[in-house]
Design a protein around this ligand. Structure first.
Ligand SMILES: [Zn+2]
Length: 616
């Protein structure tokens, strides 16, 4: 980036150490007894220490990243991929603050896209996971905060950690400033960033072998029934799910009594089956398992409601802010992850649920409700100064304990905390909640696909009024996003819906070997996705696109997840293919030999697909 300026202020041992323009210098900077070492390989590595090697007491560092404003069409903010779509327009960036906290535990990655949705500059911090604040200092706002002040420089201020937290005692601060200007899309830049971050944190790029159960499509109770659960509802849905090829049943919040959707209060913390909902909870679980399906149970093991019987026993371990017990989601307290006793309670609670109910796995939820403030409780001790770090220690301990009890256990993590580091502490990462909003679900999945071993969609919610062709388009979008998941009541669905889901579930299972391979967008607007494996190439068209660039291969599959029937093929070389066309129920409707030149239009049914055999 031309005219990029990066300055660094380090607050340590009661002093401020200021270093201007660290990107163009490339030399070590000595400030008396202290030393900033800059190493420029692929990216700029910076390390700060005392010359005598003694420990420093570090408050924080502030990095300023400035460069001339150029036309920006889209911004990828430093986040976890859950709410980043809300800040796509640069106007929403000016004067904004973005927190990397336990509640928004994402990635220190930012990207600016040109009019063609090509990232012209991506940057971020590679280092350990710490609280951080990203502020857009310029362009900024007037003191009244209602008018924008013009500026031709974009300046982001990165504060690590932000107020309320402290870096702590250390012999060295060592991190890397990541920059990228060559990736074709922000997705590729983010994948590059997360791969570097994995290397830095010694995380194997493949945390394999992946549990094959992670690829199993899921039906979840949440959007279908909220807390209104019963033995019969679970069994009836499991029966239909099984017929459709959905072999995993997720019993969500509310199984233990009033859940989070109960405004009058909930039973969080007392995770025991609600006898008014279930006559024999374990028997119901066994009945579903006897069908050959898996059962996953929801829990937020760190949560304790003010109404819980455990409140008084564990109150000393709750996160406090301003001396008061912090209320998450305005409805429950939470165990402080920086305390060993609290973490042990949470780990034991998860293993207890596996043992007592014989479930195949857990969905662990609601770490994203912790709030961004530090814990100021004096009732318990802290063994780490960062809530993010504490959470990661807790997540690792939970995963290890669960696997020690049941090696093939399933653990669903969610966006926010299922980041590049923590995604290894579970089987899969699911997109944040997007009921009745399949396109937002897709955008959230795209982000996760850049780093996680297995991405789950948020559970698809739809109504019996949906046109079967539209449901098929949703199915293609689910398969494009990751592993399909569902949460509408299955009994009573129109026959046409059952046919669409069943046929697309068969497609998913037939092509799972290919869908396990890494996917990538073909274009910057994310409307075409591709998986290129040795045996076949798979393309998925979504949103409004009508153009697909094909690389010649002997087996090509094209899914049409759009409302367009005509797809224009871009190809460097003309070719002839035997093409089989399938409709939205995956039924073969046409077969013909076609000569495809650059620009040839091919008609693929909406919500259907085509298989091209080229013999090449
Ligand atoms: Zn605490």
């Amino acid at each position: 980036m031309k005219n990029l300026k990066v300055s660094l202020s380090i607050f340590a041992d009661g002093r401020e150490f200021k270093f201007d323009d660290i990107v163009s210098g490339g030399l070590s900077r000595i400030d008396g007894e202290y030393n900033l070492k800059l190493t420029k390989n692929k990216y700029l590595e910076f390390s700060f220490c005392r010359n005598d090697g003694k420990e420093m007491d570090v408050e924080r560092y502030i990095m300023n990243v400035s460069f001339p404003l150029q036309s920006i069409s889209q911004v990828i903010i430093p986040e976890c991929g859950r709410d980043y779509t809300e800040f796509f327009f640069p106007l929403y960036l000016w004067r904004m603050k973005f927190y990397q906290s336990i509640a928004f535990n994402g990635h220190h990655f930012m990207s600016l896209l040109d009019a063609n949705r090509r990232p012209y500059f991506s940057f971020g911090i590679i280092g350990k996971y710490r609280e951080a604040k990203y502020t857009c200092v310029s362009p900024g706002a007037s003191k009244k905060n209602n008018t924008l002040i013009g500026s031709n420089i974009l300046t982001m201020e990165i504060e690590r950690p932000y107020e309320g937290f402290k870096w702590g005692k250390t012999k060295e601060i060592k991190e890397m400033f990541f920059t990228d200007e060559s990736s074709p899309t922000w997705f590729h830049a983010l994948r590059k960033y997360t791969q570097e971050q994995k290397k830095w944190l010694n995380i194997p790029d493949k945390t394999e072998p992946v549990n094959p159960l992670a690829y199993e499509p899921v039906w979840c109770t949440w959007t279908a029934y909220f807390s209104s659960l019963s033995d019969q509802k679970l069994i009836d849905n499991a029966v239909v799910a099984k017929k459709l090829g959905i072999n995993s049943i997720l019993i969500d919040d509310g199984w233990y009594g009033p859940g989070l959707d109960q405004e009058s209060g909930n039973n969080m913390g007392d995770f025991y089956p609600d006898k008014t909902k279930f006559s024999d909870f374990n028997k119901t679980i066994k009945t579903i398992q006897a069908m050959g399906s898996k059962v996953i149970l929801w829990v937020a093991p760190h949560g304790i409601s003010p109404l819980s019987e455990k409140f008084s026993k564990y109150e000393h371990l709750f996160k406090k802010v301003g001396g008061a017990n912090y209320l998450l989601n305005k409805s429950f307290h939470a165990m402080c992850p920086c305390n060993k006793e609290a973490r042990e309670y949470v780990v034991n609670e998860t293993v207890r649920l596996l043992k007592v109910h014989g479930v195949d796995g857990l969905k662990i939820d609601l770490y994203n409700s912790y709030g961004k403030e530090n814990c100021d409780s004096t009732a318990h001790e802290h063994d780490c100064g960062s809530l993010i770090e504490g959470l990661h220690i807790m997540m690792k301990a939970i995963w290890q304990a669960m696997k020690a009890y049941k090696p093939d256990v399933i653990l669903e993590l969610k966006q926010n905390y299922g980041n590049v580091l923590a995604s290894q502490y579970g089987s899969m990462v699911r997109a944040g909640d997007t009921p009745f909003d399949i396109d937002l679900d897709l955008w959230r999945c795209f982000y996760i696909q850049s780093y996680a071993a297995v991405t789950h969609n948020d559970y698809l919610a739809w109504t019996p009024y949906e046109k079967p062709e539209n449901l098929a388009i949703m199915m293609i979008k689910l398969i494009t996003g990751g592993v399909p998941t569902f949460s509408s009541p299955l009994p009573g669905l129109p026959k046409s819906h059952l046919e669409v889901i069943k046929s697309w579930m068969s497609f998913y299972k037939d092509y799972l070997w290919l869908l396990k391979e890494k996917r990538e967008p073909q274009v910057g607007d994310m409307s075409v996705w591709q998986i290129k494996a040795a045996k076949a190439h798979l393309y998925s068209l979504i949103f409004t696109t009508q153009i697909l660039e094909i690389e010649l291969h002997k087996n090509i599959v094209i899914m049409n997840g759009t409302k367009n029937e005509e797809i224009f093929i871009k190809t460097k070389k003309a070719f002839t293919a035997n093409v089989s066309f399938y409709n939205h129920k995956c039924v073969l409707v046409n077969k013909k030999k076609i000569k495809i030149n650059n620009g040839t239009a091919v008609s693929i049914p909406q919500g259907g697909y085509a298989v091209l055999c080229t013999g090449k």
